[in-house]
Design a protein around this ligand. Structure first.
Ligand code: C2E
Ligand code: CA
Ligand code: CA
Length: 755
């Protein structure tokens, strides 16, 4: 996977892969080229050196010949004088010879020989090579040449001989007089190494490795050593007697000289060429790799750019989501805030009324729960379409969350705004056809005006929400305009809810019990648990007041749990005093039963306190029951399965019929106190109460009359066959201990009467 292009770009030729090969090629080519160049330069230099050496050789040769000829000429002049004057003037010759030897200091001896080569006169220097009277040492092989020279007068050059001191010497023999005038020879013996040293200028001599051979014998340099070299740079032959042998001079340039003369250029070229090649190869390698890297870079850049692009899109989407609701595409809370803030800023310069309408669908939760979220979502998407029908182009719709929508509208006056609110309610009232369902919903609207109901966005929204709350409480499907009093109420609610929280923690709540009696024989058969709040400031907060706030703020769940736990624990306590226990009725609010896990919570509590489920009655108000029929049916069946009894509280004021409730697992109907209060005098209350009692009995339900304060009321109820009665006539709500005493007393009474 490493080779795969992370960006998914199609693979193409990548020069960086060729980098080592191309660099190697460059290196080889460079080195080969350099070597060729080096060779070329070297041969050029060699040739130039060769030329130099040849020139030198010619120069030395010419110099040497000139010198030798001069010496030979001098010898010839000497022989000519000897021939002319005869061999009488020995002294003159000796003078002459001394001059000669003084001038040419590399000559060792001059001698006058008889025709038989006997030394007649001798002038010499250094180690003598012979003595007068001796025969001059000449190789026998030279006899014919000497005989010829007698006639021609030509020079005879002898084979080199080694003189007594070991130095090679050579002798020139010139006949004195020819033919019949021939009287002898002049012999001049030369020290060859000294002669060569003298004849070759020292600056050349030092520069050369010189080697000389005369007639096959090594004669130079001295001390003699056989040359191992055969590869001489140059050479020449000196052949004075033209016998085709003569001297062979050969030489090479000395290493130092050669080094001095050579320019070092080839080597410099070689070294720098190889270095250059290496450099070039490195450049090629790096260049190509870099180009490869550049491609990789370019590729990852493209990749990066794409990622940046994607991220930007994602950010734009996110930005959209930050300000817009994903489901409806409408601006969300933050989008609304941004818009409204801008609008408020500009509004100062505009006439008319700026209003924020807070719209909440009634019973949307019900639809969501019974028909599913998908359908609920579709319904939510339909709402803005409906709104579009009654809104103007300049109006603004946003989704505040859940089933809450915000409308920002500008109208000439408040009447127009309130007209708009009415139109919206009507537009939504018509029912929605979604999939196969026909859904009927209504909405409630709270209106906040700028700037009277708030100067900031958050204030406006909060106050519109307060007005909405008012509209909901006033019976839904209507709108309410925010007022200052609402603000005070809202403030109070807020404080109260905070206080409830603290009171729960500080144990300011307690539970009291009001007994419930059978109407027929006045037996205490049950108790209703009622919550009491003894405020730390010394007063009792009425349940109607704080229960409602607790429901609105959601703390009712914890409050309800507290009541259940305490009541069940008290019930368990009474159980130890008597086996004839009253049932325990506990009030449960709508918000409470709809909390997740409510049924499970009940089961756990029952189990903990070892209370039979049948012993527990849950009182649910008629209002809560009919508000959320479908959802409640499911919940009630669940509670019924556990074994608890369900009582409909405050029955009669919600205008629901009992037959409507017959599909619910309801055991007890509690007739609202309002009907009992005037039952003695009001025929209508009598009729309602009687009907409820009759119908309930027919449906297999029992009835409890609430708020029974007088014997007359009780008599009336007995006449209607009401099952149970509860009220101040029997007892006010009392602490658990008093109930325990009542239970014990009742047991005693029964014991007495049975005796
Ligand atoms: P409710 O469920 O209708 O409770 C009966 C109310 O009538 C009690 O008022 C009780 O004291 C009162 N009452 C009983 N007999 C008479 C009578 O003869 N004459 C008059 N005038 N009143 C009588 P309370 O305790 O003030 O409770 C008010 C309401 O607060 C309750 O009405 C109930 O809806 C709610 N409530 C009380 N405790 C709880 C609770 O623990 N949970 C819930 N969710 N609601 C509770
Ligand atoms: Ca009740
Ligand atoms: Ca009641």
């Amino acid at each position: 996977m490493i080779s795969s292009d992370p960006a998914g770009v199609p693979e193409s030729f990548d020069p960086s892969r060729m980098a080592p090969w191309l660099a190697g090629l460059v290196l080889v080519a460079g080195v080969v080229g350099t070597i060729l160049l080096f060779n070329g330069l070297e041969s050029v230099e060699r040739a130039s050196l060769q030329r130099y050496v040849s020139n030198l050789a010619s120069y030395i040769e010419a110099d040497m010949l000139t010198d030798l000829r001069e010496q030979i000429n001098a010898q010839q002049r000497m022989t000519a004088r000897l021939a002319h004057y005869g061999l009488d003037d020995r002294g003159g010759w000796q003078l002459n010879a001394d001059l000669y030897l003084g001038h040419y200091d590399y000559y060792r001896a001059l001698a006058v020989l008889s025709p038989e080569l006997e030394i007649l006169w001798l002038q010499s220097r250094g180690a003598r090579i012979a003595e007068p009277g001796e025969v001059f040492p000449v190789d026998e092989g030279y006899r014919p040449a000497l005989a010829r020279a007698e006639v021609s007068g030509e020079l005879v050059v002898t084979r080199p001989t080694y003189m007594p001191d070991g130095r090679p010497g050579i002798s020139f023999l010139l006949p004195i007089g020819t033919d019949k005038d021939h009287v002898g020879y002049l012999a001049a013996t030369m020290d060859i190494p000294s002669a060569i040293d003298a004849m070759i200028p020292s600056m050349f001599r030092d520069a050369l490795d010189l080697h000389a051979v005369a007639r096959g014998r090594e004669v130079y340099p001295f001390p003699l050593r056989r040359s191992t070299t055969t590869d001489w740079d140059a050479g020449f032959r000196v052949d004075l007697d033209e016998d085709e042998e003569g001297f062979l001079f050969e030489f090479s340039l000395g290493a130092a000289t050669r080094a001095q003369l050579s320019s070092h250029m080839p080597l410099a070229v070689l070294i720098s060429g190889i270095l250059l090649s290496l450099l070039l190869a490195a450049v090629v390698y790096l260049g190509l790799s870099a180009s490869g890297q550049a491609r990789v870079l370019a590729r990852s850049n493209r990749h990066l750019e794409r990622e940046i692009g994607e991220r930007e899109t994602a950010e734009r989407e996110l930005e959209f989501l930050v300000h817009n609701d994903a489901l409806t595409g409408l601006p969300n809370r933050s989008g609304i805030t941004v818009y409204l803030a801008e609008l408020i800023e500009r509004h100062g310069s505009e006439d008319g009324q700026l209003a924020l309408l807070f719209l909440d669908l009634d019973q949307f939760k019900d639809i969501n729960d019974t028909l599913g979220h998908q359908l609920g979502d579709q319904l939510l998407c339909e709402v803005p379409r409906r709104l579009a029908g009654v809104l103007r182009d300049r109006d603004f719709v946003g989704r505040h969350g859940g089933d809450e929508f915000l409308v920002v509208a500008r109208r000439d006056n408040r009447e127009q705004v309130e007209q708009l609110a009415g139109n919206i309610l009507r537009a939504l009232d018509g029912g929605f056809a979604i999939e196969d369902h026909r859904l009927f919903i209504s909405a409630s609207i709270g209106i906040a005006y700028y700037p009277e109901s708030g100067r900031s966005v958050s204030e406006l929204i909060q106050n519109a929400d307060t007005a909405l709350f008012k509209a909901k409480n006033a019976g839904r499907n209507q709108f309410a305009v925010f007022t200052r009093e609402m603000f005070a109420q809202a403030q109070h609610r807020l404080n109260l809810s905070r206080d409830i929280r603290h009171a729960l923690e500080d144990g300011e709540f307690r539970v009291v019990y009001q007994p419930i009696y059978t109407v027929a024989d006045l037996n205490m058969c049950g108790v209703e648990a009622l919550l009491r709040w003894d405020h730390r400031d010394g007063y009792a907060v009425p349940p109607q007041e704080f229960i409602r706030v607790a429901e609105e703020t959601g703390i009712i769940g914890r409050l309800g749990e507290f009541v259940l736990d305490r009541a069940l624990s008290d019930l368990a306590g009474w159980k130890s005093r008597s086996d004839r226990l009253p049932w325990l009725a506990v009030n449960v609010s709508g918000a409470q039963i709809h909390e997740a896990g409510f049924a499970e919570q009940l089961s756990v509590l029952l189990h903990q306190h070892r209370v039979e489920p049948e012993q527990l009655h849950l009182e649910i108000t008629e209002e809560v029951l009919i508000e959320n029929l479908a959802r409640n049916r499911r919940m009630l069946h669940k509670l019924d399965e556990i074994g608890m009894r369900i009582a409909v509280d405050d029955f009669g004021i919600g205008y629901s019929s009992l037959s409507y409730l017959k599909n619910f697992p309801i055991s007890v109907v509690k007739i609202d106190r309002g009907f009992v209060r005037d039952i003695v005098s009001d025929p209508e209350d009598q009729a309602i109460t009687r009907t409820i009692c009759t119908l309930a009995a027919e449906l297999g339900m029992q009835t409890v009359a609430e708020g029974v304060e007088t014997e007359e009321q009780l008599e009336m109820l007995a006449g209607y066959h009401c099952t149970y009665a509860q009220g101040f006539l029997f007892s006010r709500p009392v602490p658990a201990g008093e109930i325990a005493d009542m239970i014990a007393g009742q047991a005693d009474g029964e014991n007495r009467s049975s005796r």
